[in-house]
Design a protein around this ligand. Structure first.
Ligand code: HXC
Length: 510
């Protein structure tokens, strides 16, 4: 008996070493932690329970029968983050570059199946070279098994991917099917095909960083939702994000204790809006002053900065915030902003997270570049997302809500539950100058007459009261009371029940 216990310990030690000391050193020399070190940082102390530690591949090609490492390049299991369970798999780059074999994929499939069955989030930590080249179609099939499970779990349990090394092929497609992707600057890359293949096929010379580094994917392609300076920061922030998320689509948003009070009055919000309607102000100030303790987790911070998306809490419960940002492009809605916000709204709706929308939008961005780029279809994504969402929806118009953008940004007409406006709100088809130029096109007079028309238009339409007279705005509220009004509304809406007509699934304009 004692011998067997000893053998178990020995086998465990071998498995824990992965690809061996030398490769671990190389991993550290590149500024990366190992799979096991990452797991330790992510989970609560001593909470990790490993599964399938001794699994090995069964490949007989290219001498692989003599190269077997227990665990086969991926560490799988479950543990807790601040006491709440998660499943995870962490690719071990020290073992065959973390590449995926049939056995490796079966290990991932097992935790994917368990996570889905038990209604618990799953985290993938990736640092891997894609399909194990020696295994051929077995590896390709293995990836498809992972993709299938990613897709079935979408909208049922949160799936988050951490890209923490060079990732290619299947190791970027699986992440792309998950809810959120985070990267580490200077050590992580994502591409379908690497720089060498690019050079062969297109004759383009490009570095890994230029092709698929964190900057590219957080600010250009929008494939990734955020990036951090190192592994430690990335995993610490992941713990923070997990705290905001429900375990599944059946549990509702989590609640945490807060010291912040519902009735906190913020007098500074009464002067947030500048006197000049064309002057920007920082919408993030409003978000941070409304939520509990100013604790906000921003999603896609570096992409389409004209719209803010992210999670905060109101009275301890998670809320999704979508807010136009007048500091960038005057907060206009363009294709990128629409896609970014639409995806976020759909995540919130799928997981029963209420949505608070803060509106200051001069409209959709005009121009050939936007139209050729499919603004109609991208704008429709956001419209669709808000219109189909059945979670509590609270909207506050702080200043401009012009044209189609008024409709899109969770208006009353899209089943907004509480639609508020500050007294500074301007709800109209367009700004006064543009409106006057069109209405009085045939009779446009001298400058004095034009100025009079503009003034008349501003007085009549650029305020919240016309909309309030019609019930499109439920109430015009004092800025300093915003937190109290939104908190009370959310509390009331916690029992909201709304269902869309039965369908197999919708056909969002992808
Ligand atoms: C088997 C692999 C491997 C792979 C890396 N290794 N990728 N072994 N299959 N796919 C091994 C290397 O042989 C090496 O082993 C060790 O991992 C470390 O790799 P290096 O190349 O030394 O590291 P580095 O220079 O950091 O480069 C990392 C890398 C590169 C960028 C990931 O290894 C690479 O380009 N790999 C191939 C990527 C790829 O084309 N994958 C197939 C994608 S197709 P030793 O023993 O020397 O330490 C795909 C199909 C699915 O995934 C498609 C679904 C849609």
């Amino acid at each position: 008996m004692r011998d067997i216990v000893k053998e178990l310990e020995e086998r465990r030690s071998v498995a824990r070493l992965g690809g061996g000391e030398k490769r671990i050193e190389a991993q550290h020399a590149r500024g990366k932690l190992t799979a096991r070190e990452r797991i330790e940082l992510l989970l609560d102390p001593d909470s990790f329970e490993e599964i399938d530690m001794f699994v090995e591949h069964d490949c007989q090609e290219f001498g692989m029968q003599d190269k077997k490492i227990p665990g086969d390049g991926v560490v799988t299991g479950w543990g807790t983050v601040n006491g709440r369970p998660i499943y995870l798999f962490a690719k071990d780059f020290t073992v065959f570059g973390g590449s995926l074999s049939r056995a490796h994929s079966k290990k991932i499939n097992k935790v994917q199946d368990m996570a889905l069955r038990n209604g618990v989030p799953i985290i993938g930590i990736l640092d891997a070279g894609g399909a194990r080249i020696q295994e051929g179609v077995d590896a390709l099939g293995g990836y498809a098994e992972v993709f299938q499970r990613n897709t079935l779990a979408s909208g049922v349990i949160p799936q988050i991917t951490m890209i923490m090394g060079p990732c290619a092929g299947g190791d970027v497609y699986s992440p792309a099917l998950t809810d959120f992707i985070f990267m580490v600057r200077n050590t992580s890359y994502m591409f379908v095909t690497g720089p060498d293949v690019v050079k062969t096929v297109t004759n383009e010379e490009v570095t890994a960083e230029e092709l698929g580094g964190a900057k590219v994917h957080t600010s250009k392609s929008s494939v990734a939702d955020g990036a951090y300076d190192n592994d430690v920061e990335a995993l610490t922030e992941l713990r923070r994000l997990i705290d905001f998320l429900p375990l599944s689509n059946r549990t509702g948003a989590p609640e945490r204790p807060t010291f912040d009070v519902r009735d906190r009055v913020e007098p500074s919000l009464d002067t947030l809006i500048p006197d000049n309607p064309n002057m920007p102000y920082d919408m993030m100030e409003l978000v941070e002053k409304v939520i509990d303790e100013g604790d906000f987790f921003e999603i896609q911070k570096d992409f389409a900065k004209n719209i803010i998306t992210g999670f905060g809490r109101m009275e301890g419960k998670t809320v999704g915030f979508v807010a136009n940002q007048p500091m960038t492009l005057a907060g206009v809605l363009d294709s990128d902003a629409s896609r970014k916000a639409a995806r976020f709204v759909r995540f919130c709706d799928a997981f029963d997270v209420p949505i608070v929308t803060l509106v200051d939008v001069p409209g959709f961005l005009p121009g050939t570049s936007q139209e050729y780029g499919g603004l109609i279809k991208h704008g429709a994504k956001l419209l669709f997302a808000y219109a189909e969402a059945t979670v509590p929806k609270i909207t506050l118009i702080t200043r401009k809500a012009y044209g189609g953008a008024y409709d899109v940004m969770a208006s009353k007409h899209l089943r907004g539950d509480f639609n508020y406006a500050w007294p500074t709100a301007e709800i109209a088809v367009m700004g006064a100058k543009g409106a006057v130029e069109i209405i009085f096109r045939s009779s446009i007079g001298n400058d004095k007459e034009i100025a009079e028309h503009v003034e008349n238009y501003e007085e009549r339409f650029l305020n919240p009261f016309v909309a309030a007279e019609r019930g499109y705005i439920d109430e015009v509220i004092q800025p300093h009371n915003t937190r109290r009004r939104i908190s009370r509304a959310l509390a009331l809406l916690s029992s909201k029940k709304l269902e869309n007509p039965w369908k197999k699934h919708d056909n969002i304009p992808l």
